[in-house]
Design a protein around this ligand. Structure first.
Ligand SMILES: *Cc1c(COP(=O)(O)O)cnc(C)c1O
Length: 466
């Protein structure tokens, strides 16, 4: 399998290189040159498979000969064995033909574990083979950092440095990062805000001289192709559980960077009958404004009760734009260069084509709280604020009540207790048993000034070969 850039100029890469690469050299994102396609008969034959067996069937064509089949199977068994629910991605029914797929049974209680648990293992496997080492450097305002740390804790060829803004992440989120023990794990609290952290990461990728040429930086943010790949699997899983592929499904996806929902779009292109994908956003609604009015325009960032969806631009959306433009990298490049300067639209027929599959909705904080309260009162089931936005959008955008509507449950409610109390509920969401002592565990992190030279010096001194 070869991977090409959405901006058409960077060289095509194989799976191993794509795994180790973030952005393509032309500024684009990597996508598979062609997708595998499964017949209905083949998909039907997967009924009753375990999550990890299904994951093998869906992902193996992407990995191809980079990893021998037996090794890849073992890796997948290990990856999904750490989830605390046997079904890995169980479905919970909310109403007639309406479901939530719980994607929060991984170690850090959010869907990002599905991809990052696998990514850590993939990286270590490839680095072992190549006798290489990498330093993962990332900035986080919450979920990604903890999932990345958990995913890399056992990696022998990876040191991971995660920057978070000092005293500006929630206590649960901070503790999920800082209580993980491992010599290769380094938490840095920067006396600054999230943007300061992100800027330091970006500049460090641009100039890696501080590492002295002895190792290189790698990225684990959502533009990494392997993360998208791992997320395709659970769309197949949900469909098979509810009578697919002999009936089609609708999915509603709480969306920030468009990674998770893009995986659903790919599942459909690979042969899974999906008749509708709902883009659910909070007030940071650039994608909703595009889908409802064909205008792509950056607004100011708003802070909401669903912080993991607080974005101004949606990086993976570029991957959809590439397909909407007939995979013309030059056209995508021009469009996005213009989008950096002001509002842009795409040709009407292209936009209408997207609208055949996608609907969208934006949900504000008050409505998010209303939904959390309503579902709790009706079903005694607690939604986290991100999932609540998905449920609301699913209901507002529903096209056909005979088609099962599945909302992706992206986080466990215990991660976001503030939203639950803001919803006026007195019930306290409980952390699952394996995390019940989170608040008693020892924390490890280093507070550094908002100064890139100091942060780079810390990294150069602390990765393991030095
Ligand atoms: C990251 C995240 C999202 C957004 O996912 P994207 O793939 O960026 O669209 C939604 N909900 C939660 C809880 C998240 O952590």
């Amino acid at each position: 399998m070869r991977y090409i850039s959405t901006r058409g100029e960077a060289p095509a890469l194989g799976f191993e290189d794509v795994l180790l690469t973030g952005l393509a050299t032309d500024g684009g994102l990597y996508v598979p040159e062609s997708l595998p396609h499964f017949s209905l008969e083949e998909i039907r034959s997967w009924r009753g498979l375990s999550y990890s067996e299904l994951a093998f069937n869906v992902m193996h064509p992407f990995v191809d000969d980079a990893i021998p089949a037996d090794d890849f199977r073992t890796m997948l068994d290990e990856t999904y064995a750490v989830f605390s629910h046997k079904a890995v991605a169980p479905l919970v029914q909310l109403d007639t033909n309406e479901w939530v797929m719980e994607l929060f049974h991984g170690p850090t209680l959010a869907f990002k574990d599905f991809a990052l648990q696998l990514l850590g293992r993939l990286l270590d496997y490839v680095l072992e083979k190549r006798k290489q080492h990498v330093v993962i450097m990332g900035a986080t305002s919450g979920d990604t950092g903890s999932a990345a740390i958990e995913g890399c804790r056992r990696c022998e060829h990876v040191d991971i440095f995660i920057l978070h803004p000092y005293e500006r992440v929630s206590e649960v989120q901070r503790r999920q990062m800082t209580t993980v023990k491992g010599e290769n794990i380094h938490n840095i609290a920067v006396r600054g805000n999230f943007d300061d952290c992100q800027r330091m990461v970006k500049e460090s990728f641009g100039n890696q001289g501080f590492l002295g040429g002895k190792t290189q930086l790698a990225a684990v943010n959502s533009i990494n192709w392997a993360r998208i790949m791992a997320q395709i699997v659970y769309y197949f899983q949900a469909s098979l559980a509810l009578g697919g592929p002999d009936r089609s499904m609708a999915f509603s996806v709480p969306t920030g960077n468009f990674g998770d929902i893009f995986a659903g779009y790919l599942a459909r292109k690979m042969g899974l009958p999906i008749s509708q994908l709902v883009i659910a956003t909070n007030r940071n609604d650039i994608l909703h404004r595009f889908m409802s009015g064909n205008k792509y325009e950056q607004h100011q960032l708003e802070h909401t009760l669903s912080p993991s969806m607080d974005i101004m631009v949606s990086s993976n959306f570029e991957r959809l734009l590439f397909d909407l433009h007939g995979r013309d990298g030059q056209a995508v490049k021009e469009l996005l260069e213009n989008a950096a300067k002001g509002p842009v639209s795409i040709e009407d027929y292209r936009w209408k084509h997207a609208r055949k599959l996608f609907d969208s909705d934006a949900v504000d904080d008050k409505t998010t709280c209303d939904v959390i309260r309503e579902i709790y009162e009706q079903n005694e089931y607690l939604l986290d604020p991100h999932t609540a936005i998905g449920v609301k959008a699913a209901r507002n955008c529903r096209r056909d009540s005979s088609v099962p509507m599945i909302t992706l449950g992206t986080a466990h409610p215990a991660k976001f207790p503030d939203a639950i109390s803001e919803a006026g509920l007195t019930v306290q969401p409980q952390l699952p048993a394996h995390m019940a002592d989170l608040f008693e565990r020892d924390e490890h992190y280093t507070v550094l000034d908002n100064n890139i030279a100091g942060v780079q010096e810390f990294i150069a001194e602390h990765w393991k070969n030095t």
